[in-house]
Ligand binder design. Structure first.
Ligand code: NAD
Length: 480
């Protein structure tokens, strides 16, 4: 056990927050956690004092100093103008990895999936969550999906390092790279590249749709699962739900500097101040924190004592069942019961074994490729739904080596040789490029745009087409 105290920032939150935080801290300190607490205020009162993200400026100083944040749930006030505290903390501090262990505690907690011990590792910063959305035409809006190589490398490497530190056997990747060949394709490619550095771990990839179905149906087939932001957002909730005990799950948000640990449930305001709430979700968040700060031995002692409490039927109201539970307890009594069992190992449930997981992930430097501009996709807002007429009108515009090669509507090729059955909106992607991928200059793109605008068309955006070391850096477009 480490003898130097590790500073951590603690927020007691709202609703049941203070009670479950008090119980959690009491348990981990009784187990020997070497921590120095700095308390900050977040949540409802701070929002009401006029801080739109629910956190005061001085709290950031504490987080920067300690780099470890144990956070109780907060109540987000209803109504406009309030920003999510979690999203703010995640974005400002660059918490790129969300780690959510989803475990069944059969037969002590009712579940349809008695054998389940899955960790969802969700990328937290990229993908469709960049929030870059535009209305471009009367009929069409768009959301940009951004995936970066460093972003993929960090999350994928984190998943593999986590698997090693927590004695896991397999890492699975979910993506939709059969459709999104470039964005999800990059995620999958990086998974394969980095996975090769971990010969001790089993690796597999599933297309997210069938993977998600299998996860919901046969969770026992999975161990650690890593995925981009959107799939991870959805499937971490699915996975937590099917354990049968959302109230027992903790989660970690990890960044290069700071890491935040919490329960996945909210502030349950109706239960506040009644000594009823189950502190287990926050406690398991704190267990992840202890492993993170190099006190894996304490983490192990806490979780094993907690498992003993669960299997001895000492349950708070939310998981109390006549057939499996023995004593219904309040928050404080539950914490006392865990403390009494420190040093013991569960008999029916599997004891946990952790090793210190203080690893730092640095993405590798990307080597610049030879990048050549070979064309441009010009997007038009154009009301006439006839693709052939549009093709005929645009065919005459040329610049550099670029000429009209195709037109698509919502990604489906409609010129040349489109199908009359394809419904066309007022949003057209017109691709001008060199057939042989010969380079043109940026001036040629401007020249082409000028011709098109002068002919009376409305350009709503352009996207340059490049080759990288001779390989096209753009998708071909769906069509016949
Ligand atoms: P909730 O998770 O607070 O409650 C859902 C249900 O679960 C309620 O019936 C509640 O009584 C029960 N419950 C939750 N945690 C429990 C526990 N530890 N012990 C026993 N029962 C528990 O979700 P909600 O009611 O939708 O949201 C309440 C507030 O929490 C909202 O203001 C919401 O914005 C906020 N919230 C905060 C966080 C966070 O801070 N991370 C997360 C989710 C929701």
């Amino acid at each position: 056990m480490s003898s130097t105290k590790v500073p951590i920032t603690v927020a007691y939150g709202d609703g049941i927050g203070p009670e479950i935080m008090e119980a959690t801290l009491r348990i981990i300190e009784a187990a020997g956690a070497q921590i120095e607490k700095e308390v900050i205020e977040i949540g409802e009162k701070v929002y009401m004092d006029g801080y739109s993200s629910g956190i005061k400026p001085e709290a950031w100083e504490s987080l920067r100093r300690t780099k470890v944040f144990l956070k109780a749930p907060i109540t987000t006030p209803q109504g406009g103008g309030f920003k999510s505290l979690n999203v703010t903390v995640r974005k400002v501090l660059g918490l790129y990895a969300n780690i959510r262990p989803c475990v069944s505690y059969h037969p002590f907690v009712k579940t349809k999936h008695p054998v389940m011990d899955v960790v969802i590792v969700r990328e937290n910063e990229e993908d469709l969550y960049a929030g870059i959305e535009h209305r471009q035409t009367d009929e069409v809006v768009q959301c940009l999906k951004l995936i970066s190589r460093p972003g993929c490398e960090r999350i994928v490497r984190y998943a593999f390092e986590y698997a090693r530190a927590y004695g896991r056997k397999k890492v699975t990747c979910f993506s939709k790279d059969n459709i999104m060949k470039m964005t999800d394709g990059l995620f999958h490619k990086v998974f394969d590249e980095i996975g090769a550095e971990y010969p001790d771990l089993e690796k597999e990839h599933w297309i997210v749709d069938i993977g998600a179905a299998k996860l919901a149906d046969t969770p026992e087939a999975f161990d650690v699962v890593v995925m981009p932001n959107l799939y991870g957002d959805i499937l971490s909730d699915v996975a937590a739900q099917i354990t049968g005990s959302v109230g027992l799950a903790g989660s970690a948000n990890i960044g290069d500097g700071v890491a935040m640990f919490e329960a996945i449930h909210g502030s349950a305001p109706r239960r506040a101040g009644q000594n009823m709430a189950n502190p287990s979700g926050l406690l398991l968040g704190a267990v992840q924190m202890l492993v993170h700060i190099g006190q894996a031995d304490v983490a192990e002692r806490v979780q094993n004592a907690w498992l003993c409490t669960l299997e001895e039927g000492i349950h708070t109201y939310d998981i109390f069942k006549e057939d499996t539970s023995k004593v219904k307890v309040g928050t404080r009594e539950f914490a006392d019961a865990v403390i009494e069992r420190l040093g013991r190992k569960p008999q029916t449930l599997k004891p946990v074994k952790f090793s210190n997981a203080t690893f730092h992930i640095r993405p590798s430097d990307t080597q610049p490729a030879k990048k050549e501009l070979i064309g441009v996709d010009i997007f038009l807002h154009h009301k006439d739904r006839n693709a052939d007429r549009l093709g005929e009108a645009l065919k005459k515009f040329k610049a550099g080596h670029m000429e009209l090669s195709m037109i698509t509507n919502r990604g489906t090729k409609v010129w040349p040789g489109g199908f009359p059955e394809t419904f066309c909106t007022d949003h057209w992607r017109c691709r001008f490029k060199s057939e042989e991928l010969k380079p043109s200059g940026p001036q040629d793109v401007l020249n082409l745009m000028q011709q098109i605008v002068q002919a009376g068309f409305e350009i709503i955006k352009t996207e340059n087409l490049y080759t990288f070391d001779g390989e096209p850096g753009f998708s071909a477009g769906q069509g016949q």
